[in-house]
Design a protein around this ligand. Structure first.
Ligand SMILES: NC(=O)c1ccc[n+]([C@@H]2O[C@H](COP(=O)([O-])OP(=O)(O)OC[C@H]3O[C@@H](n4cnc5c(N)ncnc54)[C@H](O)[C@@H]3O)[C@@H](O)[C@H]2O)c1
Length: 436
């Protein structure tokens, strides 16, 4: 308990988790009275897995009709959303579906989420991008994540790319939160290593960032009676801590061996627990700077988070000293000296990022030195994230983080007892985590 917490926690109404749990879905939807759905996915799932056919047939046997839209693409654009809306409405022939199902990674879930507001009237998604009308009408969404992951199955936002200026826009409201999040870890068994790494580091970032973010009692809700994000609390931190522990144990394992089912299940839980944390607490500087990095490089969401995470952690050693020690322990850093343990945490995370095959500094990520001021400016422009970074001078902190991320320098590199000590420690921790 924390006496000052001001909790506004918005989980999905039903969370179903378990290997093979996908087979429960048709009966659950029939019991809830759903009769006419739209399943949003991509051609990988409709063409290379039995999951779409299996679901359609089992649901039809229970009287649920489903239209399949399998035109989902990674990082969906507003244009894709509007095209998909038009195509599906033409199929519906004037009828309105009573639910939408998303099958896929964060991209398909976000596309489906946005379609929950565009399908009823066929309006362009642009109409919903900044300020949602009060209590907008949204179709109920059932999310079936196949990556571990973005956690979009538990968040209020859909992230789409505006092709006009290549920036990401958010369609956001608590009415967009899925009513059912069904996490069947078996869906993730087919993820290739690159998708496993990118989505797994995304889950870790969600957990770490929300564990360290602004407290709920300091978080400005701007008078909103139903805020999507409202700062960290004992409740969100509970889920974040568990998610970080699960990531520390399982992320590298399932990256190195995709057939390690225990590790896959561990990451499926980690991803959802991280979402139960950040989906109410919110995020800050890692995502803020990562959005700007993505704007310049068009690299994946997970990898842009990964490259920034160690440097943002480094900037929080003073304001989040105690929490950093907790995280260091979860990553097996055993130094008796707590300050040293906290200082080593960002270096251990940087080693993890590198082991996942992701560049561990902005230079190697393809950012030119002269782009750093613009990158900092773009990151600060995402004010809802900048405001939640728990340091006194956010612009100065962002500028330093970006500079050090480009140089690839952490405090542990310059303040360590000796550089050789740190390298040896990081290698030892990496071996502990992977069990190799
Ligand atoms: N709304 C939110 O709260 C939120 C949060 C974080 C990220 N996002 C968004 O999520 C997107 C990234 O999602 P992602 O990391 O899950 O990847 P993704 O959905 O973009 O999928 C990447 C690729 O992996 C494939 N894939 C997915 N699952 C697979 C499986 N089980 N087997 C084989 N292939 C599979 C997909 O077909 C796709 O080609 C970004 O657009 C990001 O902006 C949204």
């Amino acid at each position: 308990m924390r006496m000052n917490d001001q909790i506004h926690f918005c989980p999905p109404a039903r969370v179903v988790i378990g290997c093979g749990s996908r087979h429960q879905l048709p009966a659950l939807l029939a019991r809830l009275g759903y009769r006419s759905g739209v399943l949003v996915t991509d051609t990988y799932f409709s063409g290379s897995t039995p999951w779409v056919r299996e679901y359609i047939d089992a649901a039809a046997a229970l009287g649920i009709k489903t239209i399949v839209f399998d035109g989902g693409l990674p990082d969906p654009t507003t244009t894709l959303c509007d095209d998909a809306t038009r195509i599906v409405r033409a199929h519906l022939g004037g009828n309105t579906p009573d639910h939408v199902i998303a099958l896929g990674g964060g991209s398909n879930i976000d596309l489906a989420k946005a379609m929950c507001v565009t399908l009823p009237e066929g309006r362009p998604v642009d109409d919903f991008k900044s300020a949602m009308p009060a209590a907008p009408h949204a179709l109920p969404l059932i999310a079936l994540p196949t990556t571990a992951g973005t956690g979009s199955e538990a968040t209020p936002g859909a992230i789409l790319i505006d092709p006009e200026n290549a920036t990401k826009i958010a369609v956001m409201d608590n009415v967009l939160r899925p009513v059912i999040a069904l996490i069947d870890p078996e869906y993730t068994y087919t993820c290739p290593p690159r998708v496993t790494a990118d989505s797994g580091i995304d889950a870790l970032t969600h957990a770490v960032e929300s564990y360290l973010t602004l407290d709920s009692f300091d978080f400005s809700r701007d008078g909103h009676p139903d805020p999507g994000y409202s700062g960290r609390s004992a409740l969100t931190m509970l889920f974040a801590r568990e998610a970080i522990d699960l990531c520390a144990r399982h992320l590298l394992r399932c990256y190195h061996d995709g057939s390690d089912q225990e590790a896959r299940v561990g990451m499926a839980y980690a991803s959802h627990y991280a979402a139960l944390s950040y989906g109410s607490a919110g995020l800050n500087a890692v995502h803020g700077t990562a959005y700007a990095v993505a704007g310049l490089t068009h690299k994946t969401h997970g990898s842009t988070n990964a490259v920034m995470l160690p440097y943002v952690l480094d900037a929080l050693r003073e304001t989040r000293a105690e929490e950093m020690v907790t995280l260091a322990r979860l990553f097996g850093i055993a130094d008796a000296d707590e300050a040293r343990a906290a200082r080593r945490l960002p270096a251990v995370i940087r080693a993890l990022v590198a082991e996942l095959g992701i560049p561990a500094n902005l230079r190697e990520f393809g950012i030119a030195e002269e782009e750093l001021p613009r990158l900092t400016e773009d990151a600060l422009a995402v004010t809802r994230l900048a405001r939640a970074f728990p340091v006194a001078d956010v612009p100065a902190a962002y500028a330093r983080i970006v500079r050090r991320a480009w140089d690839g320098v952490l405090d542990a590199d310059t303040e360590a007892d000796t550089e050789a000590d740190v390298v040896a420690d990081v290698e030892a921790d990496s071996e502990d985590r992977t069990g190799r």
